[in-house]
Design a protein around this ligand. Structure first.
Ligand code: MLT
Length: 253
């Protein structure tokens, strides 16, 4: 992995392939490695950037506060450093929230957006409360509680579950609590969809227990030109359980 110092923190990233610039942004509480199989399938057509968001993987895990717009700023800083002016963004779940925040602040830098198992709306009060409780437990006892409670919700497949559980257990406590608060505070960016003048792809498993496929259907209703691809019997880790379908969907960007 390579590292750059941006906004006072180390941002780690992988870059591979040749072609149209495309950034693959991981979700919570994971890192860029969730995209490994997808990246392998896309590297002949895309110049791929796979960052670790602040707080995750090999990027710095700072103390609080964390915000989704700060994560988007880190990615803009990374692009500046690499001399990439415009790029397509594919965000998994929380990575989709970051992609939307990036598009809000840097619209001219976006050539397409794919929301993979993600959503445009903000948290409900109930979800915010749940996140606050989880953050308090993680602060006290570590990330294991998140691995235990979330893993089965990502996938019904044992192999994927094992990978996800290990990945979550390797994440940093400050990054995980920080991102929980950042997600709880994120704004509803549904109204941004109408301003998108580039390709938008919504990919969602119809067995996603963490974010219902209804969120993707609602986003598509707000932006009828968006391509909605529903994956039957796929949960919240489509890039791991259906990498070929994800790669195919991202070629639409
Ligand atoms: C994710 O996978 O990034 C999170 O589950 C998203 C969320 O909790 O809103």
């Amino acid at each position: 992995m390579k590292n750059v110092l941006i906004n006072g923190i180390t941002v780690a990233y992988e870059r591979l392939g040749e072609g149209t610039p495309l950034m693959l942004i991981h979700g919570f509480p994971l890192d860029h490695t969730i995209w490994n199989e997808t990246a392998f399938l896309l590297k002949n057509d895309f110049d791929l950037l796979l960052p670790d968001l602040r707080g995750f993987g090999q990027s710095s895990a700072t103390d609080a506060p964390y915000t989704i717009p700060d994560m988007a700023d880190d990615l803009a800083g990374l692009l500046d450093r690499l001399g990439v002016e415009q790029i397509a963004l594919a965000g998994h779940s929380m990575g989709g929230y970051v992609a939307l925040a990036f598009a809000k602040k840097y619209p001219q830098r976006v050539s397409g957006i794919a929301l993979v198992a993600s959503q445009t709306i903000a948290d409900t009060l109930e979800r915010k409360e749940g996140r606050a409780k989880t953050a308090a437990l993680v602060a006290k006892n570590g990330v294991r509680i998140v691995a235990d409670s979330m893993t089965a919700k990502f996938s019904a497949h044992e192999n994927t579950q094992n990978l996800i559980r290990d990945l979550i257990n390797r994440q940093n406590k400050s990054g995980v609590t920080g991102a929980l608060k950042a997600m709880a505070e994120r704004e509803d960016l549904s109204s941004l969809l109408a301003s998108f003048n580039f390709h938008v792809v919504l990919v969602h498993g119809d067995a996603d227990d963490l974010i219902s496929v209804d969120r993707a259907r609602e986003a598509q209703a707000l932006l009828p030109s968006a391509r909605l691809i529903e994956l039957p019997n796929i949960g919240h880790a489509p890039m791991m359980d259906a990498a070929e379908k994800i790669a195919e969907a991202l070629t639409l960007l």
